[in-house]
Design a protein around this ligand. Structure first.
Ligand SMILES: [Zn+2]
Length: 259
């Protein structure tokens, strides 16, 4: 079995001292592909450099809605030039989206749609962040011709999941399914088409059940997988190989090999 963590903030400085050891442990656990989404323009260089340093780390560039007050319009021009310059290494635009906890919805939408336009122009998949903003997000993404994407750390109903899948998006299955209270999301993921699912941790932020906040690492992808095995009918082998293939297809990495 081989695993991909399709959403992990391994660039955060809290991993600076442990990153190499952690990647060694990931390799032993067959976690052979890790997508690093970005949050602000100031982090892009580090993410690209990590991608050059470690074969299994793949960069995504974007402006996260949670940090809206730190973004400026010129960051969008920078994103354009980074996507052009690093076209051979960047695998997605993200994470971008809408967050109900952040104010100024029109400005959030402005940044989202400008970045969707770039994703469409460069034909890159998108890593979406959507906190209680699913229907508004759908309205925006329908305006663009995107080559796919993923709703990261999906939390919501079967109905909402189906809507995303019908738009060609994948569903990021994260630690939320390890929490006993998340019945609605677990049911939605149980009923989802297998080809739409990918695994993720959102480390260091989203804890698995029983873990303190901020302590997550990409190794938790195995715990998310265990929880997924409990709610799906497929055998663990079939499930893991489908999840791996789905991840490669999503990020156009079908020729990817990791030894
Ligand atoms: Zn994230």
């Amino acid at each position: 079995m081989q695993f991909a963590d399709t959403h992990c903030h391994l660039d955060f400085c809290q991993f600076d001292l442990s990153r190499e050891l952690l990647l060694l442990e990931c390799h032993k656990a067959s976690i052979d592909l890790i997508i690093i989404p970005s949050t602000k323009h100031g982090g892009w260089d580090k993410i690209i450099q990590l991608g050059q340093q470690f074969h299994q780390l793949q960069p995504a560039l974007g402006l996260h809605p949670y940090f809206l007050s730190e973004h400026s319009e010129s960051d969008l021009d920078k994103l354009d030039s980074y996507l052009k310059h690093f076209a051979s290494s960047v695998v997605a635009v993200g994470e971008i989206g809408l967050d109900a906890l952040v104010g100024d919805f029109p400005l959030q939408q402005f940044f989202l749609e400008r970045q969707l336009d770039l994703a469409s122009r460069y034909q890159l998949p998108v890593i979406f962040h959507s906190r209680k903003m699913h229907s508004q997000l759908i309205k925006s993404l329908k305006k663009f011709d995107l080559p796919g994407g993923v709703v990261h750390s999906f939390s919501g109903s079967t109905q909402e999941l189906k809507q995303f899948v019908s738009l060609g998006l994948s569903i990021g299955v994260g630690s939320v399914i390890t929490w006993p209270g998340s019945k609605k999301t677990r049911k939605a993921i149980q009923d989802a088409p297998l080809e739409s699912l990918v695994l993720e941790t959102d480390a260091p932020d989203m804890p698995v059940v029983g873990e303190a906040k901020g302590q997550s690492t990409p190794l938790n992808v195995l715990k998310v997988f265990e929880s997924l095995c409990q709610i799906r009918l497929e055998s663990p082998e079939n499930l893991s190989s489908a999840l791996w293939e789905n991840s490669l297809r999503l990020f156009n990495k079908s020729n990817y090999t990791f030894f």
